[in-house]
Ligand binder design. Structure first.
Ligand code: BG6
Length: 478
């Protein structure tokens, strides 16, 4: 037996592995955080390890930034390749190699997650006699509540919950994690984040990209399952959860689940809207309609934009709408979580221009720039009492900082066995419970068209109270 841990990447020749996992692992090499980790690439191809290395170097050339040859060589040396399928015999051939702790990363299509997890176990590889055994599983975790419950049941036949690491890569993003730090490490912020002071929360993940060759996965899945059920709802839990007493994986996840369980049941007709992009000019480039994308059903009703109005029925957030929206082929890339503050009592400024000044906003921005902003009113210099908007901005990173990618941080946490940024099954389950009624309702009818390169479908505005508006997407490029 050995103490040396091994990471087995199943699907090592695939897109996720070459675009995200291996570049992230290489970056951890550069930071000298991989220690004595061994890596085994496992895929169907009958390649030799040398052939795999060659392909990997080409992929890294394409996808990794600032590659330092010295670290690249060291990294490549850690990696062996095994060709094989997902049968007990093939996987079983790994057994003699795994005489210490091991992690199995399923960089595989979602349709084979359950079978792969079962076969790994049936090949005797989940047995922890030689050391811990962990299973890393990507989204989507099921396609609705029913399938998620079934997948979980299947996994739990062979794996304990504490062996399973369910990835939502947004939780590995530094600026998403920064939301918790900003909320809970600054004495003056947390006391005002509640319904007494905030009257709306907006969470936007707008993308300019389309389906980018992923139509086989995306068509029939849509924005609600692809983005809202996981990434946006997760960001909502970070924005609205109660402060945990300790930085402890179970305690943090208990608080997140508390939020999810507090969400009022949605009425799909009132609380959800969907859209699909038509042809348009995105960032100055003409783009085709969703239905014209290769591989998409020409009469597809899959939504490429989803917006949902939720209410977190807790004392803290009583009556406050939490608005989530995400779409593809929009005017700008913008990821942000925004708290809109109530008007101050205006008595003092009645009948002055200040009476109608902009509200205060607290903005956690993940993209395109990474920062936290507090939008406040200050006096405009001059003789008149006029207000202007000032932005107090905390940049997340300077150009010299080498920021960690989401996958770097998540891979390190798996190696260290820290479950904090991974989804416990009850989080997945309760997120599906929120969106399931919408999925059912959306089996009928069709999404509203929106022009590619615009702000999304007009219907998204109907959630907003009088005088309220979605923060403009283009603002986010500032
Ligand atoms: C993925 C979705 O989970 O997240 C994609 O499947 C989406 O459709 C992507 O484009 C967005 O992630 P990021 O890190 O590029 O903002």
């Amino acid at each position: 037996m050995s103490n040396q841990p091994t990471l087995v990447v199943l699907g090592a020749s695939g897109d996720l592995a070459s675009r995200l996992l291996f570049p992230a692992l290489l970056s951890l090499e550069y930071r000298e955080r991989l220690e004595n980790l061994r890596i085994i690439g496992y895929a169907r191809q009958e390649w030799t390890t040398d052939q795999f290395h060659e392909n990997l170097r080409a992929a890294i050339d394409l996808h990794a930034a600032d590659v330092d040859e010295k670290y690249l060589d060291k990294f490549i040396e850690r990696i062996d390749f095994h060709g094989g399928d997902l049968s007990v015999e093939s996987l079983g051939s790994l057994k003699p190699e795994l005489d210490g702790p091991a992690i199995f990363y399923l960089a595989l299509p979602p349709g084979v997650f359950a079978d792969a997890a079962e076969t790994i176990a049936n090949a005797g590889l989940a047995d922890e006699t030689p050391g811990f055994r962990r299973l890393v599983i990507e989204k989507p975790f099921g396609t609705d509540l029913q399938s998620a419950l079934a997948l979980n049941e299947q996994l739990h036949k062979f794996w304990r919950e504490d062996q399973i690491f369910r990835i939502d890569h947004f939780l590995g993003k530094e600026t998403v994690q920064n939301m918790l730090v900003f909320r809970f490490a600054n004495r003056f912020i947390e006391p005002v984040l509640n319904a007494n002071h905030v009257d709306e929360i907006q969470i936007t993940v707008a993308e300019t990209i389309g389906v980018e060759g992923r139509s086989r996965y995306y068509d029939g899945i849509g924005a609600l399952r692809d983005m809202v059920q996981n990434h946006l709802i997760q960001m909502m839990t970070f924005a609205t959860m109660e402060p945990p007493a300790l930085w402890d994986a179970e305690m943090i996840r208990d608080h997140k689940v508390e939020v999810l369980k507090s969400v009022r049941r949605v009425d799909p007709d009132r609380d959800a809207i969907r859209g699909q992009y038509t042809a348009g000019l995105v960032d100055g480039t003409p783009r085709i309609a969703y239905r014209a994308e290769p591989g998409v059903d020409p009469v597809s009703h899959t939504e490429t934009f989803a917006a949902v109005q939720l209410h977190v029925d807790t004392w803290r957030w009583e009556g406050i709408p939490v608005l989530l929206r995400s779409g593809k082929r929009l005017a700008a890339k913008a990821h942000e979580v925004v708290f809109r503050f109530r008007e101050p009592p205006t008595r003092l400024f009645r009948h002055t221009p200040l009476e109608h000044a902009e509200p205060n906003w607290l903005v956690f921005r993940m993209s395109p720039s990474e920062c936290t902003e507090l939008v406040v009113r200050t006096k405009q210099p001059g003789l008149d009492l006029e207000a202007r908007e000032s932005v107090l901005r905390a940049e997340y990173a300077t150009p010299d900082d080498r920021e960690a990618s989401a996958y770097e941080s998540l891979l390190l946490d798996v190696l260290e066995g820290d479950h904090t940024p991974f989804l416990r099954f009850d989080e997945v389950e309760w997120s599906w419970r929120i969106v399931d009624p919408i999925l059912t309702a959306w089996q009928r009818g069709a999404p509203e068209d929106y022009v590619g390169g615009g702000d999304g479908p007009a219907g998204q505005h109907r959630f907003l109270g009088p005088g309220h508006y979605w923060r403009p997407l283009l603002n986010s490029t500032s």
